[in-house]
Every structure is written in structure tokens, then in C-alpha cells.
Design a binder for this molecule. Structure first.
Ligand SMILES: [Zn+2]
Length: 137
């Protein structure tokens, strides 16, 4: 396996994934890439005419990785390729639903966002996140 990529190194893959978004209503394409233990998985936002059923890129990428058997993630990148150049962090950061997914599935991951300098830790995205103890098999 190739060396794992850092969150910032995943940004081009997230931006490429965003070009595959299904976003006919918002015209706001988003891509995400996650680095698992065995590989990299990407996702794009998938909108629906019933708006509440739309799926964000972050959850799309995480679902693909989980379906492939991944359980640990080192890095996550998010690219809102249609955000205006002067968009702030709040227009590029994962939404609340995605934060809950990220904190549960990738709490130790580093996060990078296209158009935002540096990185942050996923665990810092959602203080006091809802969590349950996993049941034994
Ligand atoms: Zn989201």
C-alpha cells in the first residue's frame, strides 16, 4: 500500500470527487476524501428533490469506506468547489450531521478544507458530541 496521505494532500482528490456531485438544485458541488488503513475513498454530495434526503459528500465518502471494511481514518479532506473565493470557513466546513458522523467514525483524523489554511482535528469539530457505548457481540 502507498504511504497514507495527509489531509491537505487529499484535497485534490476531494476536489476531483466534487466534479461528480449530483447537485442540480443547489449548484453547490462538494467532494470529500478519507484516508483509511487500506486506501482512500471519495464521495460527493447527492441531492434529492425531497431536500431533506440529500446526502453530503463527507457521509458519502465515509459510507463508501465503511462498506469497504475500513474502520480507522487518519485524514479527511473536504472541497466545496463552488464556494466563492471570499467564502469563510463557515461556508466550507462540514455541516452538523456530518460532524456527528465524523466524530463517531473518524475521531482521530486530521481535517483539511479547500480554501482554508492549515488543518484541524475532527474531534474538535463537535464538542460534547452525542455518543453511545457500543454493544458487545
Ligand atoms: Zn454535511
Amino acid at each position: 500500500m502507498a504511504e497514507p496521505l495527509s489531509a491537505r494532500a487529499l484535497l485534490p482528490l476531494a476536489a476531483e470527487a466534487a466534479t461528480h456531485a449530483y447537485a442540480p438544485y443547489s449548484r453547490f458541488r462538494v467532494g470529500a476524501a478519507v484516508q483509511g488503513e487500506r486506501g482512500i475513498y471519495t464521495g460527493a454530495n447527492v441531492e434529492n428533490a425531497s431536500y431533506g434526503l440529500s446526502l453530503c459528500a463527507e457521509r458519502s465518502a465515509l459510507a463508501a469506506a465503511i462498506a469497504a471494511g475500513e474502520r480507522r481514518f487518519a485524514a479527511v479532506a473536504v472541497a466545496c468547489i463552488d464556494a466563492p473565493d471570499d467564502a469563510g470557513v463557515s461556508e466550507r466546513t462540514p455541516c452538523g450531521a456530518c460532524r456527528q458522523w465524523l466524530v463517531e467514525l473518524a475521531p482521530d483524523a486530521e481535517l483539511a478544507m479547500l480554501g482554508v489554511d492549515g488543518t484541524m482535528q475532527v474531534r474538535d469539530l463537535l464538542p460534547h458530541a452525542f455518543a453511545l457505548k457500543a454493544k458487545e457481540k
